[in-house]
Design a protein around this ligand. Sequence first.
Ligand SMILES: Cc1ncc(COP(=O)(O)O)c(C=O)c1O
Length: 484
Amino acid sequence: MAAAPNPPRHLSDEEFRRAGYALIDWLIDYRARVAELPVMPRVAPGDIRAGLPAAPPQAGESFDAILADLAPLIEPGLMHWQSPNFFGYFPANASPPAILGELLSAGLGQQGMLWQTSPACTELESLVLDWLVSALDLPARFRTDGQGGGVIQDSASSATLCALLAARERASAWQARDDGNPASLVAYCSADAHSSLDKAMSIAGLGRARLRKIATDGAQRLDVAALAQALDEDVAAGLRPFFVCATVGTTAALAIDPVAAIGTLAARHGAWLHVDAAMAGSAALCPELRFVNDGLEQADSYCFNPHKWLLTNFDCDCFYVADREPLLRALSVMPEYLRNAASDSGAAIDYRDWQIPLGRRFRALKLWFVLRSYGIEGLRQFVRHHLALAAELEALIVADEAFELLAPRTLNLLCFACRDDDALSRALLERVNAEGRLFISHTVIDGRYCLRLCIGQTYTTRSHVLAAWQHIRAARAALSGESS
Ligand SMILES: Cc1ncc(COP(=O)(O)O)c(C=O)c1O
């Protein structure tokens, strides 16, 4: 028999240790200088790839050589989401405990598709999600030790898709997963709901045309009277309302839909109520901000993203259901090769049945590290700090005649514009982002071009916010030919 070829050379324990320390050192140095880097990368499409070899190396390289390439070859193409001057979109926060939890997850290399394939991955996840039910004062029905439960999804988009599939299963008297879509199903959300609803409808084969985008009121919240009318019209036309999504904290303006009234209408029509609180949900850590939970007791499902405003790096979305049966009926498949005594006993959670993919990472570690390292009080301080800064900036914007607010501030997002001048607002955004001292994003509100400035980055302080405001004012003045 021919001798087996030698295994590849792995890093020795000592090399791995040295490389690991070097990488953590690199990250700490990066964090120390990130505030000085232009937040938005100054590259054109293709630039980063053009700087890299077209083919992989045939012989292995040293870790030192790999690390040395990060700053010159990769860093220029980074949007610095971890800069304290990052105010765009919604944040995607990292923090030291979360980074270490992520590293540990990779190092332990768990694949937690079944309880049996990693009991710790499963049980820590359900525990941490139950901790969050208490910490956020969510309805007890979401607790994993009852009929409902929570699971970590990669993203709010996946959570919404899972909610939609569970709702479809329930609405079809448990037929849809085998027989496909009933013809009559129709879903509802506000015109400002996240685009992941459209995606979910098309992935589910229900079709985007069956998603009714309900008009919003003057404060960008779903208009309940318009929803009631749409529901009645669809029922009169022989259609079947099966799913309503309320948004707590819309992407454009952080507007908060009237969840209680929406829930009452959904219940009247036997429709599933999903609440998407991707960004705003973390605010409920603070008792004084629990208005973000209003109406949640009627929700069939709920999600929020610790990867936005809870110091836990992407990806980490917490998805809860009040009753797990529809979700499991929609997503559970049991091939012979996965059969095992724990699953058969019904005593264990198999999280593969709560998500789209089979395999899953040990994401609960990073959330567990964050919750333990900061403590609930520390996390509350984080949210309150941002809110205080947002309130201060709001006052500055209101006091400045050159600017106007385009939407009421609900939490830590400012939606504003150059007064009566959309072209100037657009030019301002381009100039400020190109200069690189800060990064903001935009939306359109009631037909107006709107600058969005969200204060939620891990290391943002008052001085960063005040400097950003000074910079925005100076850029506007320069564009208008004024001296600031
Ligand atoms: C309200 C809302 N829902 C869903 C999402 C999608 O989040 P994810 O990237 O986790 O899918 C976002 C993203 O910003 C959002 O603002």
